[in-house]
Design a protein around this ligand. Structure first.
Ligand code: AMP
Length: 398
């Protein structure tokens, strides 16, 4: 895969596909601008080489083909301007490939930046449509993909667009290269003991990644909603906790495989239980053997936290994907926040993947203590599954 510094971009028109899909609050304020900050090195590199820069990104899921103010990238243009610390204006297009975008792209001078509107305002984006991709490609001489968080999707600005650039005119930006290299290096040569911490709601979403990780790690710690499918497979009564009945056999097979491979497998030993999925209800701290009928486990309990801390004590590499409980509700957030503290305090190389997990680490104030926090949830999971991302493969194609 070419990286931006491997190709000649001096003075050229450059299209950079970014991932500016940042969280916003109900008033439209950006609450976490990490994805914008992570895009700065590539953008600055292009400014320094007098490029005419066209930036593009999707933002959330608007109805395809329809403009809606709340999905506009205008707040991103503003934040990007602040973060870049440049006096020049960042031009904002009113559309994606319409008259306004074309006119503004045409008028760009060396070092100028134009941000196109949300790519998903055009129905062709998610359909990987060639005509739309061609219209995007016509903005530039060089295509740079720096949108790690979107690289697992075959969308027009990630995939189809690459057909319009030969190998010397397309490359990965610094962020994409960093993410892909980090994961592959960690999985190929981890310093041991290597521990995976897996959580989140469902086994189904992480099954392939777990099977792959089993072959690589020394220990695996399972928390969150997915733990209950494993506990059920072990014969525990899990009450109304989240269980994927159809995956109980698979969960059992994973635990047997772990045993065969000598991988230590850890599950919660106690849980924070409630009779309903709500914060405003009575909660009980109980051993997993004692979940009452009709109650559900919504966070790991203090004994599990202590157990997981012990298991992580000697780790030299930790990969963490998925919260330990329903962290969105304060009452069930402690397990995830404590896990963040524990991971941050180890002497290990710590890698955090997944939007929710990054959010937990952020809330816990541990983001700067981690070695690497990935900007892509789905994409990082695909890398853990051992797959080449469609966006990366497209950059490598002739
Ligand atoms: P995922 O998208 O699979 O990584 O799952 C993240 C979601 O899992 C978060 O929104 C959590 O609220 C949810 N979650 C974590 N633990 C539990 C649990 N014990 N029961 C239900 N949902 C959970």
């Amino acid at each position: 895969m070419n990286i931006i510094k491997d190709i000649d971009i001096e003075g050229k028109r450059v299209f950079i596909r970014c991932d500016f899909n940042v969280p916003k609050d109900e008033f439209g304020n950006i609450t976490d601008d990490r994805r914008i900050r992570e895009a700065l090195p590539t953008i600055r590199y292009c400014i320094d080489r007098d490029c005419k820069i066209v930036l593009a990104s999707h933002y959330e899921r608007p109805e395809p083909g329809k403009y809606e103010e709340r999905f506009s990238l205008k707040p991103v243009a503003k934040r990007l301007h602040t973060l870049l610390k440049i006096s020049k204006e960042i031009y904002m297009a009113e559309d994606v490939v319409g008259h306004d975008a074309k006119a503004k792209a045409e008028a760009l001078e060396a070092g100028d930046i134009l941000l196109l509107e949300n790519l998903r305002f055009e129905a062709g984006e998610t359909k990987n449509d060639e005509t739309f991709a061609k219209a995007l490609a016509s903005f530039a001489d060089v295509y740079i993909n720096d949108a790690f968080g979107a690289c697992h999707r075959k969308h027009a600005s990630i995939h189809a667009i690459t057909k319009f650039f030969d190998k010397s005119h397309k490359a990965a930006g610094f962020l994409l290269a960093k993410e892909v290299n980090f994961f592959s290096k960690m999985l190929e040569h981890p310093v041991r003991p290597f521990v995976a911490v897996v959580g989140g709601s469902k086994v189904s979403g992480k099954l392939q990644a777990m099977l792959k990780l089993l072959e690589k790690v020394d220990k695996i710690i399972v928390g969150g909603g997915m733990a209950f499918t494993f506990l059920k497979a072990m014969g525990y009564d899990t009450g109304n906790s989240l269980v994927e009945e159809e995956l109980i056999d698979e969960a059992d097979a994973i635990m047997r495989r772990a045993k065969e491979l000598g991988v230590k497998f850890y599950l919660p030993v106690d849980v924070v239980c409630a009779a309903e999925f709500s914060e405003n209800t009575t909660v009980k701290y109980l051993p997993v053997q004692e979940i009452p009928k009709g109650w559900m486990g919504l966070d790991i309990g203090p004994a599990s936290i202590r157990l997981f801390r012990e298991a992580l004590n000697d780790a030299k590499t930790i990969i963490w994907n998925g919260p330990m409980g329903v962290y969105e509700m304060d009452r069930y957030a402690k397990g995830s926040l404590m896990m963040s503290n524990i991971v941050a305090q180890t002497h290990a190389t710590t890698v955090v993947g997944g939007g929710d997990t990054a959010d937990v680490v952020n809330r816990a104030g541990d983001i700067d203590e981690m070695t690497f926090v990935s900007t892509g949830g789905g994409a990082s999971l695909k890398l853990l599954e051992g797959e080449t991302l469609p966006g990366v493969a497209a950059l490598e194609a002739e």
